[in-house]
Design a binder for this molecule. Structure first.
Ligand SMILES: [Zn+2]
Length: 479
């Protein structure tokens, strides 16, 4: 939270029947609804939205490195002339994804788990495979045909979502789901590309093991690698068989080079982008706070901070309205078609100039929604805080919304504003020791299990002198 709110329009609106075509990577026939020109255009539009909504990780050297490895792999693929691009999105999850016609993204979270350039190449190769085999196009076509469009990755409340669409405040997270056959095919293509460049394909086996281990360890419901790239069943085995079938073991690994490059990488949520302290949301860079209702399910993304009631019948959202005063932003809000103003007034909220109002809107399903909105100016920026619920519950939630809106305030406490993210710290092990001893001598701010997972180690493993090893430093919150 928050960069520039931008409403996600469907990039696939230009869908035209193009008939049957030959799959460029597999040579097989495929039912294609999209020409290559449309595929590229779709991907470029989605790329802008991904970068605006998720944001890129701020580290030019690391971005350039990822792009150079990706470009080399793409150059030996079946579609070298696509407008390929490779970048890291500023997202702590362990994931990677491809957009149609060229753009490939690694989430910041997966960068911490790679232990060599070859491992990164195996994932980049896999994503390139989704593009060369046109899986992304097919996935979008399928979703478009099913009228799902880009699935909103946010908390979905069926009766509230249409309202979010009306206001353009809801986050549409691009989240494609591939089939298991697509996954097997991409694994195969990724193997092809990395071995063409001389990388050790064993790295793919290690990477799939890490992802499998991570899946077993995580109980979270966030869309990560496993949900967007379902395991075809015998992923690790199949990768191992491919390595054996090559009969030419070894190749480029670049372990040290990779680890040196990720020294200092941010891991986990970055508190500088806003964090929760109990129910209070604090944004250290924008220097404000907002108290969310207690016990609500919360989400902080670059676009919006939002919370949903436990009964899933009410929402609170915080966004930025760029380049507008509160009066201008309110004027635009009241002009939303179908929205009814039930009253508004200029007020001062905790010393800040604000416009507050009450509204009612009927969504496409004919259901009435009611809520409170506030446009408040802080440090030359206008923030919109919005609470809404169904018409019948408006009375019940009104005091909750009033409390939330009224809690927006400047945050003066420097101890809460000075926050530091957790970061990878790469250490050269000075002498032979076990991983447990390493963890005692070079303590981390995460659990031993996480250190083992990050390094791909098992318990009791012996490290030799001179090995590079990852630990995690930094509190991840106020200093
Ligand atoms: Zn995949």
């Amino acid at each position: 939270m928050p960069r520039i709110p931008q409403f996600l329009s469907s990039a696939a609106t230009a869908l035209v029947l193009a008939g049957c075509a030959t799959n460029p990577a597999t040579g097989g026939r495929m039912l294609s609804l999209v020409s290559e020109g449309q595929e590229v255009q779709m991907g470029q539009q989605a790329r802008e939205q991904v970068q605006a909504q998720m944001g890129l990780y701020e580290d030019e050297a690391l971005q350039a490195y990822v792009d150079s490895v990706g470009q080399a792999l793409a150059a030996v693929s079946e579609r070298p002339d696509l407008p390929w691009s490779f970048a890291i999105v500023d997202d702590p999850v362990i994931n990677a994804f491809a957009l149609p016609g060229g753009p490939v993204y690694l989430a910041r979270g997966i960068m911490a788990y790679f232990n060599s350039e070859a491992e990164m190449a195996s994932v980049l190769g896999h994503e390139i495979g989704h593009i060369t085999a046109r899986h992304a196009v097919e996935a979008i076509s399928r979703q478009q045909l099913a009228q799902l469009g880009f699935v909103a990755g946010m908390v979905a409340v069926p009766e509230l979502r249409p309202f979010g669409d009306v206001l353009g405040g809801g986050l549409g997270l691009l989240f494609l789901k591939y089939g298991r056959d697509d996954e097997s095919q991409s694994d195969l293509l990724g193997h092809r590309y990395m071995t063409r460049l001389g990388y050790d394909p064993e790295a793919a086996v290690e990477m799939f093991q890490i992802l499998e281990r991570q899946r077993q360890a995580s109980g979270s419901g966030i869309p990560e690698w496993q949900s967007s790239h379902p395991d075809p069943g015998n992923r690790v085995e199949a990768a191992r068989e491919r390595v054996q079938a090559d009969g030419n073991p070894g190749g480029i690994v670049r372990r040290e080079e990779y680890l040196r490059r990720i020294d200092g990488l941010v891991v986990g949520p970055d508190p500088r982008e806003g964090y929760f302290r109990d129910d209070r949301f604090i944004h250290p860079e924008m220097r404000f706070r907002l108290d969310f209702p207690s016990g609500w399910q919360r989400q902080n993304t670059p676009m919006v901070v939002q919370a949903m009631s436990p009964e899933q019948d009410a929402m609170v959202e915080l966004t930025i309205v760029p380049d507008k005063t509160p009066a201008q932003a309110a004027g635009e809000f009241w002009n939303i078609e179908g929205l009814q103003r039930l009253g508004s007034s200029n007020q001062t909220v905790n010393g800040l100039p604000a416009v507050l109002g009450r509204f009612r809107v009927v969504n496409q399903q004919g259901a009435a929604l009611e809520g409170l909105v506030m446009f408040v100016e802080h440090r030359s920026q206008t923030f919109r805080v919005l609470g809404y619920t169904t018409g019948q519950r408006a009375g019940q939630y009104s005091p909750v919304f009033e409390r939330t809106l009224g809690s927006f305030a400047p945050e003066p406490d420097s101890s809460l504003l000075n926050v530091e993210p957790k970061r990878v710290d790469v250490v050269e092990v000075p002498s032979s020791m076990t991983v447990e001893t390493f963890n005692q001598r070079y303590p981390s701010t995460v659990e031993l299990d996480d250190v083992l997972m990050l390094n791909g180690w098992s318990a009791g493993q012996q490290l030799s002198a001179g090995t590079l090893a990852k630990r995690v430093v930094g509190s991840g919150g106020p200093r």
